[in-house]
Design a protein around this ligand. Sequence first.
Ligand code: GRF
Length: 206
Amino acid sequence: MSNCAVFLSGGGSNFQALIDRKNSGDLHVDFTVCISNNSKAYGCERARKNGIPVVHLARGRFGSNEEYTARLLEVLSAHSVEMIVCAGYMKIIPAAVVEQYRNKILNIHPALLPSFGGKGMYGKRVHQAVLDHGAKVSGITVHLIDEQYDSGPIVLQECIPVPDTDDAESLAGRVLALEHAHYWRAVEAVAQNRLTITGRRVTGEL
Ligand code: GRF
């Protein structure tokens, strides 16, 4: 069983889907801490309801990046964290944390990377960009986190068609359902050490 931290900034519906998978016996991780930059995030409430400690950590409350990073590493160590799952986390993870947890930090993005990603591409903007581009498919990408936004090696992708009748809201709803259905598979694969990373290629059974 891997000890896992969840980083989130918002509603945490993906976190809830992971908790549900754990409760149904599909996912074998212990969520030992939930870390949020936003103390009002509903995802923090989901953690509390499930007996998972919540730590509010925002860069703005620290005098320097170094102090912030040191506190983050201290919290991860105090909760014996072995892997990190980002579930709607809107902040960049400090390089020292990425380094310490190399290939053990997952993120989910609501489109098919490397398209429609990068800084500022979140929420409805992603789906509107997909529609504006005229893409005929969209989907989800689960990737390992590196030092840039949405750029680490891809672990899992699933796609869905984009019918002519879609708007950003309808597309967002179907993509989110796809996220809930699949994110746990990548989390489980990392937790079970089933993945091999060679350059940008991630192989292994999901
Ligand atoms: C999801 O669409 C995810 O892909 C993105 O942020 C959103 C989080 O939604 N990274 P929720 O907070 O899990 O409901």
